[in-house]
Design a protein around this ligand. Structure first.
Ligand SMILES: [Ca+2]
Length: 255
């Protein structure tokens, strides 16, 4: 038996405003103020640069061109940040593949702590990205024992490619109290696009079926537990609610 929970998020209302939103450790991950502090490798040619042309969101994105196939790290974007050993972090970003001879391209991404030359941490992910925009998110454990880390995204593997990157977010997973699963809802008010991720601290994978409905709504099948729905980083409100197994939640926005 399924019940319907209706959760209305009034994003600009102070009713739900608590200021408890997780802090984005990736400074300037939207590239709206340029690329200050972001490290770049362009060791195999091509370029990495801020571009106002056809951004994924806002007024600017980062544009990456990779003319030749090479080691993945030779075309690399990095965000340095403080990190705490033993803590789980969630990373997310939007990447758009604009050009590729095979209509797909491989990227790698990793959270690396500062072992001299930023040698690999425990988790390293590879993703095959198709044409268009893909929202990527993963959870990492910080196990390297250092206090400074870099979140790195590597674009060097597939040659003849052009990527656009935006909305890089690194947060402490589970920072908000009383959640069992986290439902993170990102609302791009300019394009009416919704991006939703649900994670379990145990499984570290997307949990349940998500359906994106018309007009700024999403529905999700729930397990029992506390949920937290948050708007995109930078907006000041959120709503938490308790879900039961086999419930379906519909979450709507008023951007
Ligand atoms: Ca942007």
């Amino acid at each position: 038996m399924k019940k319907l929970l209706l959760v209305a998020l009034m994003l600009l209302s102070s009713v739900f405003c608590t200021g408890a939103e997780a802090r984005n450790l990736a400074a300037n991950g939207t590239f709206e103020t340029g690329a200050n502090g972001i490290s770049m490798n362009v060791l195999n040619g091509g370029d990495i640069a801020i571009s106002p042309i056809d951004p994924i969101s806002g007024n600017q994105s980062l544009e990456i061109t990779n003319p030749q196939a090479d080691a993945s790290w030779k075309k690399q974007v990095g965000f340095a940040m403080p990190i705490e050993n033993g803590i789980t972090y969630e990373v997310a970003f939007d990447v758009r593949l604009d050009e590729s001879p095979g209509n797909s391209a491989r990227i790698d991404f990793e959270l690396q702590q500062n072992h001299g030359e930023f040698m690999a941490l425990s988790d390293f992910f590879t993703a095959d990205i198709g044409m268009g925009v893909t929202h990527v998110s993963k959870i990492f454990n910080a196990t390297g024992g250092d206090s400074i880390a870099k979140f790195l995204i590597d674009f060097g593997t597939t040659g003849g490619t052009k990527f656009t990157l935006d909305n890089v977010v690194v947060t402490r997973f589970g920072e908000t109290p009383n959640e069992f699963f986290e439902l993170r809802v990102q609302n791009e008010s300019s394009t009416k696009k919704l991006t939703v991720s649900i994670f379990s601290p145990d499984k570290r994978t997307a949990l349940k079926k998500i359906t994106v409905l018309p007009k700024n709504e999403v529905s999700v099948e729930l397990e029992e537990g506390q949920y937290l729905a948050t708007p995109k980083s930078g907006l000041p409100s959120f709503k938490s609610f308790f879900g039961k197994k086999n419930d379906v939640a519909t979450i709507s926005f008023s951007p």
